[in-house]
Design a protein around this ligand. Structure first.
Ligand code: MRU
Length: 345
């Protein structure tokens, strides 16, 4: 799989995911503002990938605001980056991590060494993400039966992370063990991350995949005897309520109605330890033009009113397990999340 992003000589090249699968092109971001724009436009997307891109943007931002009132200006860069997409908590998590390195640096530290420290921290976020994804893959694969038929939503694969993937990482690991019979990929309206990106990733790795529209999920689970759902997450509250791409909640309801388990795969960086429950999770509302169009083509009367939440929240009671790098968390999530937190460095 192509690298989601490449950091070189102080610039971040991001694989333009709005062009996939038609074109494989990288956009060179030479300012922190350009990275913010890439995040807003979904050129780089998926909670862990957004977090890593923002970490590198903080390094650029630090260089941009070097000089007087450095920390004050760096805090502005941080807050500006965080505002790019409000639901994916990895974004704020990474920006705060990088800011805190500058804020806690000893006064005698030279600027060059500070930048080096920040760069090392950004690389660490990037490398840790790949490592944790592989760990999650091992834990998650154990949950799947032999000849598993799995349904997934959106794209929680190598493209949404720094490599391997969360939900697709579980599927990749299970496939390596010969356990996957079929992956059903929801197309994921309106921006089609399932149809464009999940299908692309799975075909590239010769993992059997069947594309369905979102509205076909409930019926397909029933007709095809799907065993379970595995999806990613953008933010998980302390009680297990989980935000993910719009349509995830409906899929979880369909799984409950059919009596099959619904799993979340997410690294510990996707947990928001300040959010008690769904009520504390902000939901990104995007421009309604996205649902009035397929690609560039307008498909509705131009004047129609729209509502375009980019994410929904699946209540904890619909979730059978949350696959993390610390193992599979089981309900009651209040307890299992607290236990995971106690193990975190
Ligand atoms: O709007 P997107 O494409 O950034 O949404 C992505 C998702 O909802 C993913 O499922 C989530 O970020 C997990 S990615 C490992």
């Amino acid at each position: 799989m192509y690298a989601t992003m490449i950091w070189e000589k102080g610039e971040l090249a991001v694989l333009d995911q709005t062009k996939l699968p038609e074109k494989t092109v990288y956009i060179t971001c030479d300012t922190s503002r350009r990275v913010k724009e890439a995040i807003q436009k979904l050129e780089v997307r998926g909670a862990p990938a957004i977090g890593a891109a923002a970490a590198f943007a903080m390094v650029m931002g630090a260089e941009e605001v070097a000089g007087s009132n450095f920390l004050e200006k760096l805090a502005k860069v941080r807050d500006d980056l965080i505002s790019a997409r409000p639901t994916a908590v990895n974004l704020a998590w990474a920006c705060h991590k990088l800011y805190n390195i500058a804020a806690t640096a000893e006064p005698s530290l030279t600027f060059d060494i500070l930048i080096k420290r920040m760069e090392d921290a950004a690389y660490k976020i990037y490398n840790d993400d790949i490592r944790t994804n592989k760990k999650m893959g091992e834990y998650g694969a154990e949950l799947l039966p032999h000849n598993a038929k799995v349904i997934t939503h959106c794209n929680a694969g190598a493209l949404a992370t720094c490599g391997w993937g969360t939900a697709l990482g579980v599927i990749r690991s299970a496939h390596k063990q010969g356990k996957i019979s079929m992956v059903y990929a929801d197309e994921t309206r309106p921006l089609l991350q399932g149809a464009r990106l999940t299908v692309y990733e799975l075909l590239k790795e010769k993992i059997p995949v069947t594309l369905i529209t979102d509205s076909m999920a409930a019926w397909t689970i029933r007709q095809k005897g799907i065993d379970c759902a595995v999806v990613g997450a953008d933010r998980i509250a302390l009680n297990g309520d989980t935000a993910n791409k719009i349509g995830t909640y409906g899929l979880a309801l369909a799984c409950r109605a059919q009596g099959i388990p619904f799993y979340i795969a997410a690294p510990s960086s996707t947990f928001d330890f300040t959010a008690q429950s769904a009520k504390d999770i902000p939901i990104e509302l995007r421009d309604g033009e996205e649902i009035k169009r397929i690609g560039e083509k307008l498909i509705t009367p131009a004047e129609v009113q729209t509502y375009n939440p980019s994410f929904d929240i699946t209540p904890a009671e619909l979730i059978a397990g949350i696959i993390t790098e610390f193992g599979v968390l089981k309900p009651p999530f209040g307890e299992s999340i607290a236990q995971m937190r106690a193990k975190m460095p």
